[in-house]
Design a protein around this ligand. Structure first.
Ligand SMILES: Nc1nc2c(ncn2[C@@H]2O[C@H](COP(=O)(O)OP(=O)(O)OP(=O)(O)O)[C@@H](O)[C@H]2O)c(=O)[nH]1
Ligand SMILES: [Mg+2]
Length: 450
């Protein structure tokens, strides 16, 4: 950590383009002086001053609010001033140039967050969560990022780091004071603690993987015999009349894609032509496309007309794909089957619904969510990047190595060295240990002004 920077940075913190309000943010030792010169006002801490923002000749460039947040109680930990004026791109540029003329330097992308990180206001997981919150494209992604920003993810990682630290301290104590009667390295207890640590790490990785899945878009194909109710189900899940529904078998020909949100899951649903032998060349192409979609989908939703005689439904039992498949018995308002979830004779999960009355639909949605996100996914609320998955996997692998080496050699020195490696992987998550390269890579992907 380099501590407080000596220069003052400035940037437009609001999105590029013209808007009603625009914010220029200053951070660093000269932030207050620069802002006071521009506003000709004595700025009190955390007080909204209405002021004119003037150029060097005293002419008004804009009028607005100036807010002063003295360090260390500011976002960056340094003195920060926000000048909130009108959001026109040109007017913001002129006020920004005035800040630069008075000695500020243009901030690099993510430099405010980088300073917050370097000054210990946030850790690396929280800094990344800020960027993820800004770029979130779904409600779920935004929720995950804001939970990570509160420090929830960091909390788990820090607890793990403490656990490892304790174990390493005990290990090192036995090296430093070999003659003293420290039974801390009682073999079984050490192995047990190492195993506990590995278990906690694996559980965290599992949660992280579940969270990561939430920001992916999955594809689910509606597959089945003509007239089974595939298009009706699409419309019910989309809450919209997206697909044509008629009582005629063979209504859908083209594949029809619709993105829907099911709980925390983003799903692209593909409605397809009913599978049957046909001489109609258009329908033949539709059936081919349906099969192609089923071959690549993350989930096949096999829709069956529950009110129909079984022979008709067997038409589509030619799925060759080994993809995850869910059976949906539709039209239970006619068949009389009870809505709900069960396991079929061929060991597939099946849900009984009526696309028209909506019965069983909420069970279907939770089943789809659990199939794709994993059970208990509601408790996994982390904003995840690939580097987190890699760091945790690496820590688990190294802890495994440490455990096997200790089981064989029983050597405290070796264990201590091995634990250092595990700890480095864990600490890289929060940025306690990180190379400038990694920091540069992370912060350069931020937007300017954040
Ligand atoms: N009673 C009842 N009728 C349904 C239900 N779902 C669909 N239907 C009716 O079944 C008929 C066929 O529905 P679609 O949704 O077009 O079936 P599809 O599987 O898309 O058919 P194709 O596009 O021809 O393959 C329509 O008349 C629907 O109104 C249901 O749950 N209950
Ligand atoms: Mg259809």
């Amino acid at each position: 950590m380099t501590g407080l920077e000596s220069d003052t940075i400035a940037a437009i913190a609001t999105a590029r383009g013209n808007g009603p309000v625009g914010i220029i943010r200053l951070s660093g030792p000269q932030a207050l002086t620069i802002a006071q010169t521009i506003t000709s006002a004595e700025l009190n801490a955390r007080f909204a001053h209405y002021a004119s923002f003037t150029d060097s000749t005293g002419s008004t460039l804009d009028t607005g609010l100036a807010l002063y947040f003295p360090g260390p109680n500011s976002f960056t930990g340094e003195d920060v001033v926000e000048l909130q004026g009108h959001g026109g791109h040109i007017v913001l540029q002129t006020v920004l140039h005035r800040c630069l003329d008075l000695g500020a330097r243009s901030a690099r992308p993510g430099e405010f967050s980088e300073r917050a990180f370097l000054n210990g206001k946030i850790d690396l997981l929280q800094a990344e969560a800020i960027a993820d919150l800004i770029s979130a494209e779904s409600e779920t992604a935004a929720k995950l990022a804001s939970t990570s920003l509160t420090g929830a993810f960091s909390g788990y990682v820090n607890t793990l780091a403490e656990q490892l630290n304790e174990l390493r301290a005990l290990t090192e104590a036995s090296i430093d004071f070999p003659d003293e009667d420290i039974d801390v390295l009682e073999r079984h207890s050490v192995i047990k603690r190492l195993e506990d640590c590995r278990e906690t790490l694996s559980a965290l990785l599992d949660d992280v993987a579940k969270s990561q899945r939430k920001t992916q878009t999955y594809t689910a194909v509606l597959y089945g015999a003509p007239n089974a109710g595939k298009s009706s189900l699409l419309n019910a899940l989309a809450h919209d009349d997206v697909a044509i529904v008629t009582p005629l078998p063979g209504t859908t020909r083209d594949t029809l894609k619709q993105q829907v949100t099911i709980g925390e899951l983003t799903l692209e649903i593909i409605d397809t032509a009913g599978i049957r032998e046909t001489h109609d060349v258009i329908e033949q192409e539709g059936v081919k496309r349906a099969r192609d979609s089923a071959a690549t989908a993350d989930l096949i939703i096999h829709v069956i007309d529950d009110a129909d005689k079984p022979a008709d439904n067997n038409e589509c039992d030619d799925q060759t794909s080994s993809n995850l498949t869910l059976k949906v018995h539709n039209k239970i308002d006619q068949s009389g089957r009870t809505a709900g979830v069960s396991v079929s004779n061929d060991n597939l999960i099946e849900v009984a619904i009526s696309a028209t009355t909506g019965e069983g639909l909420s069970t279907l949605k939770t089943t789809i969510e659990e199939l794709l996100l994993g059970e208990g996914h509601q408790n996994s609320q982390f904003s995840v990047r690939q580097r987190h998955v890699e760091a945790l996997s690496d820590a688990i692998e190294k802890l495994g190595d440490a455990l096997s080496a200790f089981s064989v050699h029983n050597a405290a020195e070796l264990l201590s060295e091995d634990l250092k490696l595990v700890q480095a992987s864990i600490d890289s998550l929060t940025g306690k240990v990180s190379s400038d390269d990694i920091l540069g890579q992370i912060f350069s992907s931020f937007c300017i002004g954040k």
